[in-house]
Write a protein that binds this ligand. Structure first.
Ligand code: AMP
Ligand code: MG
Length: 193
């Protein structure tokens, strides 16, 4: 059961979950604006609902519609997107990334992945997709299609095979709030970079 990016985008539009290959790890994806679909992610992973999700978009311009990007956030996006840097910024459109996806916060975590299949799915879908690692909580993040399928394949309507993940490590998370940058989670992009 290998889905094309268009089939995966159609599944997202229908409110279903997908397996989404990215350059970091395989993600369990849902429409970020659909609270029922987002709830299904927390359910399938056994993830506590206070842990907010990262929204993935096809290009930086789409991120600026969802989050408030000042000069610093924009400079980080220009330098590292597409790629494994997640930027947390004030939310602009709470409708497009629902409260549950943000764990009720007034900020939103957002990233433009580099994997061509991820970008194809996001472009075909046309909106933000939350996609935490496709493992059940407390287990290692899958970096191959087979491992992702074994972990959370039971929960998805479409699974995209993007081959082995090139980076194999979670994205680095930085916040840009009130003009201050903070490293929230170490990952594929180093502090020095
Ligand atoms: P993941 O588990 O890979 O989906 O990464 C999600 C992580 O991103 C969370 O565990 C937080 O550390 C971080 N994160 C997501 N959204 C926010 C936010 N609004 N504010 C702060 N950190 C966030
Ligand atoms: Mg994870």
């Amino acid at each position: 059961m290998r889905a094309t990016p268009q089939e995966a985008a159609d599944a997202l539009k229908a409110g279903a979950l997908i397996l989404l290959p990215t350059e970091t790890v395989y993600g369990l994806g849902a429409d970020a604006g659909d609270p029922k679909a987002v709830a299904a992610i927390f359910e399938a992973k056994g993830r506590p609902r206070f842990n907010p999700l990262i929204s993935h978009v096809a290009e930086a311009a789409a991120a600026a519609e969802i989050a408030v990007f000042g000069a610093t956030a924009q400079a980080l996006a220009d330098a590292f997107w597409p790629g494994p840097l997640t930027i947390v910024a004030p939310v602009r459109s709470a409708a497009r990334v629902c409260d549950l996806a943000r764990a009720g916060l007034d900020s939103v975590a957002i990233r433009v992945p580099a994997h061509p299949m991820a970008r194809a799915v996001l472009a075909a879908f046309g909106g933000p997709v939350v996609a935490p690692s496709a493992n059940r909580s407390g287990r290692p993040s899958p970096t191959t299609f087979d491992d992702a399928l074994e972990e959370t394949g039971f929960a998805v309507a479409a699974a995209v095979d993007g081959g082995p993940c090139q980076v194999g490590l979670e994205s680095t998370v930085v916040s840009v709030l009130d003009g201050r940058v903070a490293l929230l989670r170490p990952g594929a992009v180093t502090r020095a970079q």
